[in-house]
Design a protein around this ligand. Structure first.
Ligand code: ES4
Ligand code: ZN
Length: 331
């Protein structure tokens, strides 16, 4: 396809990718065999079929916590493999999400051991592939908000430099952002940076505003429904708030035929409204997308120019939670 080599080679930052959504198909199958998970090959294959709805993906992620990830070594393996795969697509820097609540409460791996295994995977991937990984523990909004407060306590108690901030994910429907104000305030007091999934699943723009104004998020994951409030969009464009968007995975994308993406797609409208966006993969293996593909879609399907892609790269560097001297050396 046109420009494929360019999109692969361009140095990329990844700011919105879930560790469990990045598990290789073969590794998922191997972990299932090793753990004796009650899952057939067909069930596993179904998680990896192109175009699977996100509820299918979220089920796959729950299965990983419930059956497949049994030891800290498993977390080391999926971390190293994710970063290896990202590096092969020109990703030089990745801040990726991991949900400690499921790991600790469901998989039964204690937080300090789990975090240490992921950090070891980050360290070895940098040694072998030159990619810099940073960990973003993420609140599971389907769990009790008290678990979110507990998660922030684990992070602050076992603080390491590779952990740069927190996020919030899983199903936004019926789990509004305001439930998590205490956990976010506690994270910010501890000097952690913050982001949250908001305005996804068709959930309306007030969730985006709550994430910015009440949770004081530094950036927003998805945020598509902000296009329904152009005045708020204008304000956030002016404030330079970065939205980590996912061209393969918006609520709207699945309702629009590809020939209309360039016209009606919310990400395209976000760009037209002047919002700072940065394209990402979200759950790369399960959505059958690569970092190369995510950037390429912005060009081939969303009508963005190469000059705009350059702006998106700079948005990513601005939104990354790296210190100023590292960022200056890079830019
Ligand atoms: C997720 Cl809401 C959402 N979308 C995609 N992947 C996820 N992993 C956890 N929450
Ligand atoms: Zn996501």
């Amino acid at each position: 396809p046109a420009h494929h080599a360019l999109f692969r080679q361009m140095p990329k930052a990844e700011l919105h990718c879930h560790l469990l959504g990045s598990v290789r198909h073969a590794t998922f199958a191997a972990l299932a065999r090793k753990s004796g998970a009650p899952m057939s090959t067909q069930e596993i294959d179904a998680f990896y079929i192109r175009g699977e709805k996100p509820v299918g993906v979220l089920k796959a992620l729950r299965a990983l916590d419930q059956y497949l990830l049994v030891s800290a070594d498993d977390l080391y393996r999926i971390t190293f493999e994710y970063l290896e795969d990202a590096a092969a697509h020109g990703v030089r820097y990745s801040e990726f999400f991991w949900n400690p609540t499921g790991t600790v409460r469901v998989s039964g791996i204690p937080y300090p051991e789990a975090q240490a295994a992921i950090v070891a995977g980050i360290r070895d991937a940098e040694r072998d592939h030159g990619i810099i990984g940073r960990l973003v523990p993420s609140i599971d909004r389907e769990a009790d908000p008290a678990e979110a407060v507990a998660m922030v306590d684990w992070v602050t108690t076992h603080r390491v430099p590779e952990v740069v901030g927190i996020g919030m994910d899983y199903r936004e429907v019926d789990h509004p952002p305001e439930w998590f104000a205490t956990a976010y305030a506690s994270a910010r007091r501890a000097g952690l940076r913050t982001t949250a999934h908001a305005g996804e699943f068709g959930m309306p723009w007030p969730n985006v505003r709550t994430a910015v104004e009440l949770l004081h998020c530094d950036r927003i994951d998805h945020g598509y429904t902000i296009v329904d409030n152009p005045e708020l969009a204008r304000q956030y464009a002016e404030r330079g708030i970065v939205f980590t968007v996912v061209p393969t995975n918006s609520h709207y994308l699945r309702t629009l035929p590809p020939e209309r993406w360039a016209l009606d797609h919310p990400i395209r409208r976000m760009v037209q409204l002047g919002l700072a966006v940065h394209p990402n993969t979200d759950d790369p293996t399960m959505h059958n997308v690569t970092p190369t593909g995510a950037w390429q879609l912005m060009y081939t399907h969303l009508g963005c120019s190469i000059a705009q892609l350059r702006d998106f790269m700079l948005n990513g560097l601005r939104a990354a939670w790296i210190d100023g001297s590292t960022r200056d050396a890079w830019m």
